[in-house]
Design a protein. Sequence first.
Lengths: 254, 306
Amino acid sequence: MSDFSPLEQMTVVLARDLKDRELGAAGAAALVPMAAIALARELHAPNLSIGGEMFFNPYPSRLYPSMLDDRALGRCEGSETFIELFGHSHHGLDFFFHSGLQHDRFGNINLHFVGGTLDAPKMRGPGAANLSYCHTSTRYYICPTVHNVRNFVGKVDFVTIPGHLDGPQSKRAAGLTKEGPRFVITPRAVMDFDPDTLEMRLKSVHCGNSVQDVLDHTGFALNVPEGVGTTPPPSKAELDALRNKIDPTGELRH
Amino acid sequence: MQRDPKLVELDEAMALAVPALRERPDLCLGGLFKQSRPVALVRAALAAGAKGLNLYSSPGAGYDVDLMIAADAVAAVFIPGVTLENRLCPNFRAAVESQRITAHALDALSVVGGLMASANGVPFQPIAALKASDVLKHNPLISEFECPITGDTLHAARALRPRVTFLHAQEADRWGNIRHLSTMVYADQLMARASDMVIVSVDRIVEDDVVLDDPRRVTIPSHYVDAVVHIPYGAHPTASFPLYAMDEEHIDAYADLGDAARKGDPAGLSEYLSKHVTGAPDQQTYIDEIGGAKRMQVLEQEAAEL
């Protein structure tokens, strides 16, 4: 067994892709994204700004399961309201994060219902607040903290958050001009999207998982390009910063 | 002549709100998820028999909306995200799945834009950032239109005018000037400007000089406020930062009762409602029953340590 948790692995993969001087926010299920942003700021992106969700550059003393309240964010450099959020949603950010009840092979996300219809659902989900950052921001990341055949499906029952829709043609037709979902990062693996078809494909598998494990826990035939390797594990510097400065209470290890 | 204070007792506030909601049942709730929700006002409205409500809020809500659904007071929910964050809202879910209430598919900008239009006194707010989501096929708050400037197809969010808005803040003076001491103020200021009637609960009342010495700290001037009610711990079990944190244990225990009811065992949820909602005559009794001063100290301590 590896000496780091799946959520810590997810955090470092996300952090490595965030650049200095970017602006971004963590989204609703924010534990891993907020840890990733904080880690990037700590290690290689000191000028990265957190903004777009009613606060700028928060200094949480620890991580919380929910990261969208004064407990986590009350100590920050500035606060805004939903009026400013309306503007940020139009201007877009550099990066954002999403996860849902279902994710499909084109990176579309469903948070509304599974089975039945919107009016008569078999299972009603929470819905989602911000449906704009996914296509006004330069890119976003899909980072659910579970990966199984129920939440990775061939086609979502409802597109709450558009990913690449049905591929390049439909994406163009809908006026989605930004990158959309770049990576899908789960506790098992990293996926990206084939640049020609925009279909999800396996990029790397985290330590302790096999390609077959990932395929067995994905509800559609995931493309596996040649040469899929192991996700680079957290370095000592990454783990030290994460555990000593960002996540002293070990929320990512529970 | 003397100026009329807006500070009233809870039953006086309900005598304003409940008949207004009978006239037009559009109720808007302040705060966000587990922060600064006007829960004591919600409980009082339920106890006073509010029914058939259309619920609005800032774009994210949870416990209080679920509680109103459990008490059978809701017809439709116009809130984009309804969740307890760490788990789904049990009564919301059960009521939608059994088609007892309508949960509209919405997004944050339609709700915020609709409140902005209402606050600014214009019929709609243009939105240029909605694309490709299935929500757009169902969202009743928006219409497509051609922009007269660019020719692009945009969305118009129609002005939303809640009949009554309930808010919770930390402080007010007797005239109804409201001071949020929390870092985030959500959409509370916008709702206050967008609504026909605004009722605010506050944890404490301050002297007039406190307001006059620091007017920029006033988040909602009394002009927008119809009544303010002094209700210590009025947001419990949600948080009122920086005074007290959310009572996660209480909300979790409530959600367990809701989930049991969803699976066919409503006894615990019924008992919760009759004890804490319809049966608690005043805030002190409510606080005593949910753990008293000892529990409140824990939540105050948690907020103070941040």
